[in-house]
Design a protein around this ligand. Structure first.
Ligand SMILES: Nc1ncnc2c1ncn2[C@@H]1O[C@H](COP(=O)(O)OP(=O)(O)OP(=O)(O)O)[C@@H](O)[C@H]1O
Ligand SMILES: [Mg+2]
Length: 466
């Protein structure tokens, strides 16, 4: 497939052609098309380093194009062009993985600079890619659970109390909070640690394929079943099976799982001989399973069977004291992976990290840190090394999310946010902050303790231990 520099997508032919002309003069190989569907056709013919696209277009719009691109050409970077009135959409696009956005009317210099920067970063990232693969960063990351927040202490206490038992565990938490990692950790701290740890997501396959993956099948039980096959439950014998996204289990699968839990036997698809299995079951979900039970989408009897021990990992924005140690950890890991010597993070960059709402939780922090370690020219990670979404957050504080919260919890969240903002405005001077809020210093102190509000300057120094 031919490789080209740029694909320009805009439904305004004048914008399209003038951009193509300008960027061709700059020395880039560029194609231009008028809508998202044409862009997809082009992407089938050539590989593009970068797509510069309008957001609002008839047919397939920019965001839909971005989503398609993620599946087809994940290496292609996308920069959006957006009208002044639609910056919200562009910010949203950045959360979905767009590189940056430019507002209309287009400032040619700014566009050229953004394209140049994006392409430079791409080649930098690409040259590290092979090294990264050789070093297997995931092996480095595995099983080093970093936590400092009081909420996590409590959770880990419970984890250690139940790890070395047969108890079935349900882990709940938003995406990227570390559920899979915790499941592995539990296995590694149990007497089954020398046995296999087998992971499968209940949302990853069609219903029938998933059943045959889990329980195995007999030869001839369906087209394509050319030999008998062991399922994941048999593979996990003597160890642990981790059923991720358990909320996606179909009604039939739920019945079969109930049987495994009650009788400790499975049957292969197309077979009728019960096979005894000796596995510990850990499940995870990023939705509230209880809510699914109430909506009758998840069997109540199964819910009680899998929810013997319930572990909820709070989102990263609710455990701010974990942020600095995690940054420290990821800095060390990615220093090693990318052969860099970043010593730590500057105070202002740390502030940005503490203010951001981390919708993608620890996974997002990990990605942000990898990028920052690679792109930081100096010894320290500075605000400029952090991606746009962290800077956006500074301009607009995240809205309070009150979904699934009781009134008390929602009020507590609002109170915490007010305290945090006032403390920051007062540069963490408690006397001033208490005065501004019209409360006593002792009350303020007690509230800070209750909400785990810590002056970032007094947190663990974020410097490399090397
Ligand atoms: N406490 C932690 N210490 C170190 N790394 C962590 C921690 N929590 C999460 N991570 C890292 O963050 C990333 C996301 O974690 P993980 O895959 O376990 O999240 P998850 O909750 O299972 O996400 P999903 O809902 O998408 O399945 C992983 O790369 C993991 O190594
Ligand atoms: Mg997971």
């Amino acid at each position: 497939m031919p490789v080209k520099d740029l694909l320009i997508v805009d439904d305004d032919p004048i914008v399209c052609e003038s951009l193509k002309e300008m960027l061709t003069i700059e020395g880039y190989s560029a194609d231009a098309v008028f809508d998202g569907n044409e862009a997809l056709a082009k992407l089938r013919e050539s590989h593009y380093q970068l797509v510069v696209s309008d957001i609002q277009m008839p047919g397939l719009n920019g965001i839909e194009l971005l989503k398609e691109l993620k599946g087809r050409a994940p290496d292609t970077t996308i920069i959006f062009i957006t009208g002044h009135g639609h910056i919200d959409g562009a910010v949203e696009a950045i959360k979905f993985g767009a590189y940056d956005y430019i507002t209309k009317p287009i400032d040619d210099m700014r566009l050229k600079l953004t394209i140049k920067r994006a392409l430079e970063q791409k080649s930098l990232l690409a040259s590290y890619q092979s090294l990264k693969q050789r070093l297997k960063p995931w092996a480095l990351l595995e099983d080093r659970l970093i936590f400092a927040d009081r909420k996590m202490d409590k959770l880990l206490e419970l984890v250690h109390a139940i790890a070395d038992t047969m108890a079935t565990v349900l882990i709940t938490g938003e995406s990227g909070t570390g559920k899979s990692m915790l499941a592995h950790y539990i296995h590694n701290h149990s007497y089954r640690r020398d046995g296999p740890f087998v992971k499968i997501s209940c949302g990853s396959l069609s219903e029938s394929l998933l059943e045959s993956e889990l329980f195995g099948h007999m030869r001839g039980s369906f087209t394509g079943a050319i030999r008998d096959k062991k399922g994941k439950f048999e593979e996990a014998s003597g160890g642990t099976i981790f059923l991720d996204d358990i909320n996606c289990a179909s009604p039939t699968l739920q019945i079969k799982l109930l049987r495994v839990l009650q009788e400790k036997v499975i049957e292969r698809v197309g077979g009728n001989v019960p096979i005894k299995v000796d596995v510990r079951i850990i499940t995870a979900t990023n939705t509230s399973l209880l809510e699914e039970v109430q909506k009758q989408q998840f069997r109540e009897d199964l819910y009680y069977r899998i929810n013997v021990v319930s572990l909820t990992i709070p989102p990263l924005r609710e455990r701010l004291s974990d942020i600095a140690p995690l940054i420290d950890h990821f800095t060390q890991v990615f220093n090693q992976v990318h052969q860099k010597q970043i010593k730590g993070i500057s105070k202002s960059a740390l502030q940005l990290c503490l203010k951001y709402s981390w919708p993608g939780n620890v996974r997002e922090l990990e990605n942000v840190m990898e990028r920052a370690v690679i792109l930081s020219p100096g010894d320290f990670i500075v605000p400029e090394s952090l991606p746009p979404q962290l800077h956006e957050a500074e301009a607009a504080p995240p809205p309070l999310t009150t979904r699934n919260l009781s009134l008390d919890e929602a009020l507590a969240q609002a109170e915490r946010q007010i305290l945090l903002e006032t403390l920051e405005n007062c540069n963490w001077n408690r006397q001033r902050c208490a005065h501004n809020l019209g409360i006593s210093r002792t009350t303020l102190f007690n509230k800070m303790r209750r909400f785990n509000l810590v002056d970032p300057r007094r947190q663990t120094a974020v410097t490399s231990k090397q």
